[in-house]
Design a protein around this ligand. Structure first.
Ligand SMILES: C[S@@+](CC[C@H](N)C(=O)[O-])C[C@H]1O[C@@H](n2cnc3c(N)ncnc32)[C@H](O)[C@@H]1O
Length: 211
């Protein structure tokens, strides 16, 4: 689901960029490590601030970054113009149906987008599918605790049904074959941040209720 105008204004501003740069990226690095020389997929890249951090902060070699909203991809393209096509691919795409072969990325990064996806377990299934065994899934997510707040319900647009608590999100990440060793919850449980690591073969993943 695309952002409404208010949420776009909240996302596309220097405060959001500073939070990503100075808080979220260091925390995700502490939980999951660096990405030096690796192939990374970023889902819901927005205007590309996180994508730049994947290169500059985490050391990624190549990033494929996608967003459902073409206007966001245009902004990301402008921001990331310095990166050549050998290192960066930007695309309009749905994280619930990723057009990439199985086991093609070392890491997938989610800076706060999965709570926007109506059938969010389908996105987790896709993330696990495109990760190599041992590949990492870095996530920073917004829980139903936040989405139930008056401010979120009044001013922002999110799918209403089937949202998740921090525990339910982590359980679903693990059910899709990506054990999570450590998570942190922030702001009274509004946010859950952590890293899963893809284990085993695809055949080991239980049949999901969303298929
Ligand atoms: C809350 S914003 C976060 C943007 C950016 N990651 C950041 O942290 O600033 C969520 C982004 O996910 C995108 N999005 C929503 N549903 C999506 C989907 N199914 N697949 C890919 N991107 C999606 C939105 O267009 C938006 O840019």
């Amino acid at each position: 689901m695309k952002l409404n105008g208010i949420e776009k204004a909240l996302m596309n501003n220097p405060i959001r960029a500073a939070l990503q740069r100075w808080y979220e990226a260091p925390l995700l690095e502490r939980l999951g490590g660096r990405l030096d020389g690796l192939q990374v997929l970023e889902i819901g890249c927005g205007r590309g601030v996180g994508t730049a951090l994947l290169f500059e902060h985490f050391g990624a070699h190549r990033v494929v970054a996608c967003d459902l909203d073409p206007t966001m991809v245009v902004l990301a393209r402008q921001r990331l113009a310095a990166y050549g096509s050998d290192r960066l691919v930007l695309a309009v795409a749905d994280a619930a149906a990723i057009a990439a072969p199985d086991a093609s990325f070392d890491a997938v990064v989610d800076f706060g987008i999965i709570h926007h996806i109506p059938e969010w377990p389908a996105a987790l299934r896709e993330i696990c599918r495109v990760l190599r065994p041992g590949g990492r899934f870095f996530f920073e997510e917004v829980t139903d605790h936040a989405l139930r707040r008056w401010s979120y319900r009044t001013f922002l647009d999110h799918p209403r049904d089937n949202r998740f608590s921090a525990q339910a999100f982590v359980a679903e990440v693990e059910r899709h074959g990506m054990p999570v060793t450590q998570t942190v919850e922030r702001f009274f449980g509004d946010f859950v941040i952590g890293v899963g690591r893809r284990a085993g073969s695809l055949a080991a993943i239980p049949v999901s209720q969303d298929s």
